[in-house]
Ligand binder design. Structure first.
Ligand code: SAM
Ligand code: SF4
Ligand code: FES
Length: 366
């Protein structure tokens, strides 16, 4: 909830917010205190001004195109126990599954026919997916579709493992940092997980040559304007190629089952800010955003996002990949989600494209 303030304060605050919006648009950088102020004093007018700038800058780089990624949820088995996630090992009522390499390749083949040129293999940290097995899957997808990119989102692995997957042909890696504040990280994860290790993984991935994605949940328990300011500063410094942010949504079988979910408003506000911090960033309007609001993904695009990730997993396993309650698209076929998102994007003046959807860095040809 936004605080009520006396009129004079409102005027000063509006002026300050305008100044910060100008500064961010021009310099792509604010101090930690300034980010915190921007978050703490969010108003509808400020959100509108930031979204307008974000959309303008996104249009200059990507026009009215929206990139699509075919998401394949390869396993819901996880050795970790993140307090927020429905796939955590402590959730005994989760019905576990893993796709076979053949099933994964089949999803990618089907996706290719539907116009996808990026496949995202995502899953829990499942020991079955050794380097050998994942390398084989990557090689087979890339050999079958030489014009495609493979993105991995398989959690924390060793440098050697990341290197082997890269050498097998993986192009991108998504590993949300979850929070850039160490104390906050500790409140979201059990003791056997480490903030430093997560951050180290991101720098190793970058070092190896992957296009790297970080990100966080908006409205996660114990998040504050201060921790969010740190997230924004981290993004400003790390300059990820991709950045996944979506609202935290509670799952009924986790310790956070009674915590409040994140909001569409704050998620969209942060999407606009992130676009202005790093203009070419590949920024998805996430499924979680579509889950908490029927028009969430459209609102995300209108705030500055430029990617959507329809689901390519077999319908038989969709409901089982339940990170949070009421996840959408659990009953639809791949083609239905593809069509649905096409229409949704068209309805707001955007167009999904058949393209790998690489980041357009300054001076790059595409
Ligand atoms: N296991 C890998 C990892 O953690 O990086 C990849 C899969 S994991 C399910 C992908 C992302 O889902 C996490 O980075 C987290 O931000 C998000 N997530 C998990 N539980 C969530 C929840 N309750 N609400 C919203 N997002 C959630
Ligand atoms: Fe496992 Fe990822 Fe869920 Fe954590 S967020 S429990 S690592 S699937
Ligand atoms: Fe899956 Fe709309 S995107 S049904």
């Amino acid at each position: 909830m936004l605080r009520k303030k006396p009129e004079k304060t409102i005027e000063t605050s509006a002026r300050l917010l305008n100044g910060l919006t100008d500064k961010l648009t021009e310099h792509h950088s604010l101090t930690l205190d300034e980010y915190e102020y921007l978050i703490e004093n969010r108003t509808e007018a400020a959100a509108g001004a930031l979204a307008e700038r974000a959309v303008r800058i996104r249009r200059e780089i990507y026009g009215n195109t929206v990139f699509i990624r075919g998401l394949i949820e390869i396993s819901n088995i996880c050795k970790n126990d993140c307090l927020y996630c429905g796939l955590r090992r402590g959730n005994n009522s989760c019905e576990r599954y893993r796709l076979t390499p053949e099933e994964i390749i089949e999803c990618a083949n089907r996706g290719y026919e539907l116009g996808f040129r990026t496949f995202v293999l995502q899953g829990g940290e499942d020991g079955y997916f050794t380097d050998e097995i994942v390398c084989d899957i990557i090689k087979r997808i890339k050999a079958g579709h030489t014009d495609c990119a493979v993105t991995l989102s398989l959690g924390e692995r060793s440098r050697k493992s990341y290197q082997r997957l890269y050498d097998a042909g993986a192009d991108r890696y998504l590993l949300r940092h979850e929070t850039a504040d160490k104390a906050h990280y500790k409140r979201l994860h059990p003791d056997d997980m480490s903030f430093d290790h997560r951050m180290e993984c991101l720098s190793v991935l970058r070092d190896i040559g992957y296009q790297v994605g970080c990100g966080f949940m908006v409205g996660s328990p114990y998040q504050t304007s201060k921790t969010l300011a740190k997230d924004l500063k981290f993004i400003e410094e790390f300059k990820p190629d991709m950045c996944g942010i979506g609202p935290f949504v509670p799952h009924h079988q986790t310790p956070f089952k009674d915590k409040k979910q994140g909001t569409v408003e704050l998620t969209c506000y942060l999407l606009s800010i992130i676009r202005l911090i790093h203009p070419p960033v590949l920024l998805p309007a996430t499924t979680a955003l579509g889950t908490i609001h029927p028009m969430g993904r459209e609102m995300g695009i209108q705030a500055g996002a430029n990617v959507v990730m329809p689901n390519l997993s077999p319908v038989s396993v969709r409901k089982k990949y339940e990170l949070y309650d009421n996840k959408i698209c659990t009953g639809e076929e791949s083609a239905e989600c593809r069509d649905c998102l096409d229409k949704r994007m068209k309805s707001i003046g955007y167009e999904t494209v058949i393209d790998r959807g690489d980041i357009k860095k300054e001076g790059s040809e595409k």
